[in-house]
Ligand binder design. Structure first.
Ligand SMILES: Nc1ncnc2c1ncn2[C@@H]1O[C@H](COP(=O)(O)OP(=O)(O)OP(=O)(O)O)[C@@H](O)[C@H]1O
Ligand SMILES: [Mg+2]
Length: 244
């Protein structure tokens, strides 16, 4: 569903990503981990065309989007939703209009619009908050509204940037359950960046570790747990020596 072929990203001559090869299968739940600043968010941004690689190719749903124009990318981003680290809600719009953003140009009645919003909020476990403004929500609720807005686009792929960061364990688990549920029910291909090793182990099909601008390891959770690779072992024991 998503392929990075020999991707390099060198802004201002800095080696941020170098020779990245990844192939994410349809409906896979793929997790990317690595130290802060290792390039995880950058990989997600490459996957929906927010940035372009300096070398290599990015293939999404059998289309090489590497040299796509902004206009062509708009179509791709409808299929590839991004759930940002910060939720990135429109602060001047109500929860309802944030969730319904993708439908604002659809010719549907107000009643149908509100019904769809209600159903989408129900999927993420939020009810009766349509009229609230983003500033009136907790961090966990904001993340769920951000997720609802992405689901509303009916995407084939969802990219999650640290969806559980800064949340309490109960809310984190609820978000992880939701990610699994979306994969199961809507068959979305999911790529999640996280620092939460337990969360990754709980839901990932495969995990990739970014290290030194490259993929240091990629494999199933079982592969990772039984790996004798010093990089993997260092990472699992708390990440000593893994800066960058
Ligand atoms: N467009 C850009 N121009 C210059 N440098 C960039 C650009 N995008 C990212 N970087 C640099 O690339 C590195 C990786 O950034 P990225 O945000 O991908 O890290 P990350 O792994 O997501 O980190 P964190 O866990 O802290 O979110 C950082 O050093 C960042 O400053
Ligand atoms: Mg990041």
């Amino acid at each position: 569903m998503i392929q990075l072929r020999d991707v390099g990203f060198y802004p201002g001559g800095q080696r941020i990503l170098d020779g990245i090869n990844l192939e994410i299968e349809p409906s896979e739940l793929f997790v990317i981990m690595g130290a802060s600043g290792s390039g995880k968010s950058t990989i997600l941004r490459l996957m929906n065309g927010l940035i372009k690689p300096d070398t290599g190719q990015v293939i999404v749903d059998n289309l090489d989007i590497t040299n796509f124009s902004e206009k062509q990318l708009t179509g791709i981003r409808r299929n590839v939703g991004m759930v940002f680290q910060s939720a990135a809600l429109f602060d001047s719009l109500s929860v309802a209009d944030n969730v319904g953003f993708a439908w604002r140009e659809h010719k549907i009645s107000r009643q149908q619009y509100l019904a769809q919003i209600k159903e989408t909020l129900r999927i993420v476990g939020l009810e009766g908050v349509e009229e609230r403004m983003p500033a009136e929500l907790s961090g966990g609720m904001r993340k769920r509204v951000g997720l609802a807005r992405s689901i509303a686009m009916n995407p084939k792929v969802l990219l999650y940037d640290e969806p559980t960061a800064g949340l309490d364990p109960v809310t984190s688990n609820r978000i992880l359950d939701l990610i699994v549920d979306l994969r199961t029910r809507l068959d979305v291909t999911s790529v999640m960046v996280t620092h939460d090793l337990q969360g990754a182990f709980a839901i990932a099909d495969r995990v990739a570790l970014l290290h030194n601008a490259q993929i240091g390891f990629v494999g199933t959770v079982a592969d990772m747990k039984s790996s004798g690779d010093p990089l993997v072992q260092a990472f699992m024991s708390g990440g000593q020596g893994l800066v960058g």
